[in-house]
Design a protein around this ligand. Structure first.
Ligand SMILES: Cc1ncc(COP(=O)(O)O)c(C=O)c1O
Length: 404
């Protein structure tokens, strides 16, 4: 008898953000007179920068002429974009990454979720706790995570690396030996980062133990401190143990346009097999390329005007982050993040559970945040606020939280 994929059926409950949205809807229906401010989701709010809009217009016009028309894009991305990425994201920072190691995609979420396909089903996965849920859920779908324990909110075959206040929200090297290690810095949800020296330890550990690091650098453009690495390839030896994933969503507002990329170095082998070839095969078979007009828009992100405009956009969000962080700290909250990332991670007052604090914020302040426990057991008693709102809404939300 045909059955649905049993691994999918193992996924617990509803997705974190759907629950948050449902609670907001219910509250709004019960209190139509109250305005609700969402500091919960990771979507940007500023419009696309003019240099990128110009590039989009030009590319759209090209598509309307016989000479300028572009059909299927090359599977791995147009060379103009891959060259620009290799030059500006990597060579300019002293990292050795060539254009043919860059795989352009329609965003980091798909890449984060799909990358596990090129590894054996029995490989052991390690994740930070709290974690961006995609890393875990896609391994659940692949049947790699064992059984779920409702009481602890953990999977039997996943190695969790707690990121707590006492270790500055940085993971420690795990006692059990993982094969695949997911790291995300600057981090979603904690907003924490690690230094280059700390990241070097992970690279050394992975090389010594034959593990592969999946390094998600979606928030790279928010880094403001000098000793925080922008790429894992700044670390010696990363080319033999690390895959890096990047997004245009948060540095350039492409959450609706969709563009990202993954770097797989040619030296990276597992059991004698080059992962570059496997990812190329996977990409070529299951993906038909990001749209030409969007890749041209991506190229404009690196133009002098584009860079200037996007620097201001990131600064706009980081002003919100600073505002949230300093005001909540002044009001007596224990806060972290918000310096190299658009996320503020705060400890719930009076040891409230994350969901109780969510309800209180919604009912008393009309502000929606994200309960830390939704990101993993070590997120319990924490709460995530994002800096992606408008400055006015951010100010108003913080005023209301302070009055609670
Ligand atoms: C850590 C992390 N990786 C990846 C993504 C997804 O990025 P994209 O919009 O490129 O799919 C997000 C989005 O919030 C994220 O927080």
């Amino acid at each position: 008898m045909l059955r649905a994929n049993q691994d999918y059926l193992k996924l617990p409950g509803s997705y974190l953000f759907s629950t948050v949205a449902r609670k907001q809807r219910e509250f709004q229906a019960a209190h139509p007179e109250k305005s609700v401010i969402r500091l919960s989701i990771g979507d940007v709010t500023q419009p696309i920068a003019p240099a990128i809009i110009d590039a989009l217009h030009r590319a759209v016009d090209e598509m309307g002429s016989a000479e300028g028309f572009h059909g299927y894009a090359p599977d791995l991305g147009y060379e103009f974009l891959r060259n620009t990425i290799a030059e500006q994201d990597y060579k300019a920072r002293g990292c050795e990454v060539s254009a043919d190691e860059v795989f352009v995609s329609d965003g980091a979420k798909g890449d984060c979720g799909n990358i596990q396909e090129i590894f054996e089903k029995d490989c052991r996965v390690a994740v930070c706790d709290p974690v961006y849920p995609v890393y875990v859920d896609t391994n659940v779908m692949a049947g790699r995570t064992g059984t779920y324990d409702e009481a602890t909110g953990t999977w039997s075959d996943v190695i969790y690396m707690p990121c707590l206040e006492e270790n500055d929200f940085a993971p420690r090297l795990p006692k059990e030996k993982p094969d695949l290690i997911y790291l995300c810095f600057p981090n979603n949800p904690t907003g924490a980062t690690i230094t280059k020296a700390q990241l070097q330890k992970w690279v050394d550990y992975a090389n010594e133990n034959g593990a592969v690091i999946i390094y998600d650098a979606a928030y790279e453009s928010y880094i403001s401190e000098a000793d925080v690495p922008h790429s894992i390839y700044e670390c010696a030896g990363a080319r033999t143990c690390a895959i890096e994933i990047r997004s245009f969503s948060k540095n350039a507002g492409f959450t609706g346009l969709r563009l990202g990329f993954t770097v797989v170095p040619k030296e990276l082998t597992v059991d004698g097999v080059a992962l570059h070839g496997l990812w190329a095969r996977r990409h070529g078979t299951k993906y038909n390329g990001a749209p030409y007009i969007v890749q041209r828009a991506g190229e404009a992100v690196y133009s002098p005007d584009g860079k200037e405009q996007l620097k201001k956009q990131v600064a706009y969000y980081m002003r919100n982050a600073e505002y949230i962080r300093t005001n909540l700290a002044e009001a007596g909250y224990t806060v972290s993040g918000g310096v190299n990332a658009p996320y503020i991670w705060l400890r719930t007052p009076d040891n409230m559970t994350s969901w109780d604090f969510f309800d209180r914020m919604l009912e008393q302040a009309g502000v929606v945040g994200t309960p830390g426990s939704g990101f993993g057991p070590s997120g319990e008693h924490y709460f995530r606020l994002t800096a992606f709102g408008t400055f006015e809404n951010t100010q108003e939300a913080i005023k209301r939280i302070k009055e609670m």
